[in-house]
Design a protein around this ligand. Sequence first.
Ligand code: FAD
Ligand code: SIN
Length: 533
Amino acid sequence: MGEPHSQQHHDVIVVGSGAAGLTAALALADKLKVLVLAKGSLTGGSTAWAQGGIAAVLDAGDTFENHIRDTMVAGAGLNRIETVEHVIGRAPHAIDRLASLGVPFNTEQGALHLTREGGHSHRRIVHVDDATGWAVQSALLKAAHDNPNVTLLPGRAAIDLITGKHETKYSGSGRVWGVYALDEESGEVEAHTARATVLATGGAGRVYQFSTAPRGATGDGIAMAWRAGARVANMEMMQFHPTCLYNLEVKNFLITEAVRGEGGQLKHPQTGERFMARYDGRLELAPRDVVARAIDDQIKRHGLDYVHLDISHQPADFVRAHFPTINEKLLTLGIDMTREPIPVVPAQHYTCGGVMIDLDGRTDLPGLYAVGECTESGLHGANRLASNSLLECFVFGEAAAADILRCWDEFDAPPPVLAWDSSRVEDSDEEAVVIKQNWTEIRRFMWNYVGIVRTTKRLERAQHRIRLLEEEITEYYRHFRVGTDLIELRNLLASADLIVRSALKRRESRGLHFTLDYPETLPVAKDTVLVPR
Ligand code: FAD
Ligand code: SIN
């Protein structure tokens, strides 16, 4: 770090412009000036890609108790009941709010159309065709653009949190004062300070070779909070979606769970056997961990590249009307889902663990909040129930904003902080090749050693690789100018480390964490909490 310099000061900084970040920003902007930073474009997070929808109890025949029970069953009892009740009780309000922002949810006979997904005992997923995320992202972004108290700043990759140790008069506290962020165009590193900072940076899915998550899902917020001293929990609970399109060119296209909700069947591609009957009485609508493991088992047992997802028995008009986006995409690849099955494989989909927060979105560090997929709020436990994630973003985005507004007078103004020091680093002409090599290596060993089925030996092998790469990447980070790729690589490795350490700590199989060395589930569910040294 270098000399004090002119820092850019804001009331509140939100890092991330997905569902969680924009919800927080809009709720704060009633009273405060908010800066929203985003790596790359404003639509680069997972939110824009969400397909199935948002879970909420809206049908007269459904109850909060049902939704709570389904969430706890999917989460294998690791969920925190107070969080589950908190979120599910607020779901109808979240849907009303989105509708008031102009999200054009599908309706049928004057009521919201509710679709069904795995693990849900009732129809309760509100949606906008099969592209709910894009509709939500667009409505939130429009509201943010229209709000004079929100400044949207894309092309800024946050590098690290500014904490007490960056104060020019070092206080030694873990107080968070904002972020250092790279201007991705100019290459300059800016210091943005605020009284409160909200991390809304999404998940770490890209730590795996196959993932439905967009390229920027590199666990940046989780890694930043960890480095700053916040606890992280349940990182071993990485969710694999059962049905990602198998295609040699298009590697991360999701086939929504709603296809199974509307009757889609999983079949052996050669024999046509509907194999889920062998694994679970709930068939294709068992929770995701169960279905993903069943597909993985079929693939390994029979040496397959993929299995089939078949909805061609439904009327073609029904399929086209319910899944217009998927149908169109598949047609460009020569697959007509109204007449033939879709080849699918499981792929990483969601990060259930993350930065530990309370019901107000507070982390361990004063001045730092976290919301959305980068957190461990207690909602998802050992396995997220489908369509509970966007819901979590809306509820915690509002909760964090409400807490910041409530406590505003207690937050001090930031002190002068140190400038980012680039005087001792140089450009590297090796950067592209080193980063690509390390990135590929991490994603491969995470897929092979830390995937759907684990063993202690495989986890230890992964940990060994992480230690070797840590030295190399730290060295690289110290000596060369930061770019987004290097920032992401550093965070990807930190995320891999947190996942493997958590997986090694859990000596049982529960939900998404399945290990051949400890196949039993222990009687008492306990979080895996990692505490920074
Ligand atoms: P994101 O939407 O991922 O946004 C993260 C933001 O942080 C982005 O703006 C990104 O640019 C920014 N960011 C990241 N790192 C940095 C950094 N270093 N500096 C600055 N900015 C940074 N959930 C459901 O409930 N229903 C669904 O139907 C559904 N479908 C899904 C389909 C797909 C294909 C995927 C991948 C996920 C789906 N999910 C679904 C999960 C859900 O979409 C995500 O969990 C949710 O959108 C996460 O929102 P978020 O705001 O936390 O993060
Ligand atoms: C899907 O549409 O299958 C994804 C839903 C989710 O991730 O919750």
